[in-house]
Design a protein around this ligand. Structure first.
Ligand SMILES: NC(=O)c1ccc[n+]([C@@H]2O[C@H](COP(=O)([O-])OP(=O)(O)OC[C@H]3O[C@@H](n4cnc5c(N)ncnc54)[C@H](OP(=O)(O)O)[C@@H]3O)[C@@H](O)[C@H]2O)c1
Length: 239
């Protein structure tokens, strides 16, 4: 028996990347996992890999009706993680206003509304982990709206921790992670970014999806931690 045995873990953005890796680890710890994302085929493949402890439903966190239907179909939520987002990153002088707003539309408001529609289903000892990014405290390149969005999510975690107590709300803010997100970027961009990150971080390597999932598991499990942000970033934010 682990503390997660029989608990219901909901992951909005659980069909790939860090969310799917967390799903693997919570299922291994005995939890039931419910995956959300926009693409049925991705969620179905993820659930097939995870086995009978996994269920899934399509949801788009930029659409409040979609979130209401997603959480309305659930009996209860014991732990919620919300990494689902899709956005454009770049300099103020190059992005359109719509592109610059996209991290806020998908990553900030998507998570805000996910928690809003989950709130009625959160059990008394539930916990929520929001996804930010260590660019919040150390911008790696010119991407001011993305940097500000991640800082805002860390503030959102503190604000929600106050409002939702005794439900705990925390934030994970990773550095560069070698996984699905970067695998889908051009090889030359990935190689240059990883090389720069190795120079910039204390541990001289990029991270693994499992290392972020481990941080989320800690925040799910530690019953006296709320309103905190953890940085699984190899020390990037210190240099
Ligand atoms: N990987 C890194 O280096 C890194 C570092 C710091 C922070 N992060 C953050 O981690 C988060 C997840 O990244 P990842 O590395 O796990 O990459 P990922 O594999 O691209 O994960 C994103 C997941 O979210 C889903 N998604 C996207 N938009 C959605 C929406 N509107 N509603 C619901 N689901 C949505 C995607 O599936 P569908 O497209 O099918 O919906 C996908 O499964 C991102 O917010 C990113 O900013 C990543």
């Amino acid at each position: 028996m682990s503390a997660l045995t029989g608990r219901i873990v909901v992951i909005v953005g659980g069909g790939s990347g860090i969310g799917l890796q967390l799903a693997r680890q919570v299922v291994a710890a005995g939890a039931l996992v419910h995956l959300g994302g926009r693409t049925a085929a991705r969620l179905s493949a993820a659930a097939a890999e995870l086995g009978p402890a996994a269920t899934w439903q399509v949801v788009d966190s930029t659409e409040q009706d979609s979130l209401a239907a997603f959480f309305g179909a659930l009996d209860r939520v014991d732990h919620l993680f919300t990494p689902g987002a899709s956005y454009t990153v770049g300099p103020m002088r190059e992005l359109s206003d719509e592109e610059a707003a996209s991290p806020f539309v998908t990553k900030f408001w998507g998570q805000y509304h996910a928690v809003k529609y989950a709130a009625a289903k959160l059990s008394a000892d539930a916990s929520v982990v929001l996804m930010a990014g260590a660019a919040s405290v150390r911008p790696p390149a010119a991407a001011p709206a993305y940097v500000a969005c991640n800082a805002a999510i860390e503030g959102l975690g503190r604000g929600l921790a106050v409002e939702l107590a005794p439900v705990r709300v925390n934030v994970v803010s990773p550095g560069t992670i070698d996984g699905n997100l970067w695998a889908n970027r051009p090889a030359a961009v990935r190689a240059a970014s990883f090389a720069q990150y190795r120079k910039d971080t204390l541990l001289q390597r990029v991270g693994k999806e499992s290392e972020v999932a481990d941080a989320v598991l800690y925040l799910f499990g530690n019953s006296y931690t709320t309103g905190s942000t953890l940085y699984p970033d190899g020390g990037y934010s210190l240099r």
